[in-house]
Ligand binder design. Structure first.
Ligand code: F6R
Length: 244
């Protein structure tokens, strides 16, 4: 297996290692395309990137970003939209150009049109130089949930009950959680030149084991990464605990 694995003591160390890997890409290729993710896992990574920028060690002025996914039906101003999350956790704190960050637009109701436009945008940028990923407890990446096939391109998905359940803590009630999302497809993700996937905590141990030490199957979407030629898994001891 070609996956490079870094096991860290804890979440803080994981966040530092991940930020160093992304920062190295920006230093080596100042006009790179960074593929970014939302969720709780990358928040520490983004904090470390902001610190590097504030210390004068990192320059985002030529960087372009693309994000994995966005809820369908939320305005970009909604505080649970991924657009809002990215501004709040990274974009507003570094010197990225305002017109250099792309996410699917969840406020666009025509799903087929928006997904096609987003896929074309990412393709026109040459796909991500490095794509940051978190992993769901069921092995999902982006909003690519376990299913019978790997869906290649950006598409609209119905969120599973377990994902709605996991996300309801951020909304007034489960009823307020959007029921659909636009997500990069597995092919869009696999077209990234390199992949950096992060997993932290016991909750993710099963998913890490199944994804990197089990068969490649669309029932465990992240398992496809075993076929990518440049994957780095940064994982803390708890998330790696079933892999020994
Ligand atoms: C986020 C995303 C999701 C998350 C995954 C893990 O853009 O696409 O696949 O990476 O659900 O979420 P956390 O980090 O909150 O455990």
């Amino acid at each position: 297996m070609a996956v490079k694995i870094y096991v860290t003591k804890n979440y803080d160390e994981l966040s530092k290692v991940a930020a160093n890997i992304l920062a190295a890409k920006v230093v080596l290729k100042p006009d790179c395309v960074l593929g970014l993710a939302t969720g709780s896992t990358p928040i520490g990574t983004y904090k470390n990137l902001i610190k590097k920028y504030e210390d004068g060690d990192l320059d985002f002025s030529k960087v372009t970003t693309v994000n994995l996914d966005e809820y369908r039906g939320l305005e970009r101003t909604h505080d649970q939209s991924y657009y809002y999350f990215m501004h709040d956790n990274l974009f507003d704190h570094v010197n990225l150009r305002k017109d250099a960050s792309f996410l699917p637009d969840g406020s666009k109701p025509d799903a087929a049109k928006e997904c096609e436009a987003y896929e074309e945008k990412v393709a026109s940028l040459g796909y991500a130089d490095i794509q940051l990923l978190g992993i769901g407890r069921n092995g999902h990446i982006g909003f690519n949930e376990p299913c019978d096939e790997f869906i290649q391109k950006t598409h609209c998905v119905d969120l599973t009950e377990s994902t709605i359940e996991a996300n309801k803590r951020f909304f007034a009630s489960a009823n307020d959680v959007p029921k659909q999302a636009y997500t990069m497809g597995i092919g869009t993700i696999m077209n990234a030149k390199s992949i950096l996937i992060l997993a932290s905590g016991k909750d993710k141990a099963e998913a890490v084991k199944n994804s990197f030490f089990g068969p490649v199957t669309p029932q465990v979407p992240a398992s496809i990464l075993q076929f990518h030629q440049d994957v780095t898994l940064v994982v803390d001891e708890e998330a790696y605990s079933l892999c020994k």
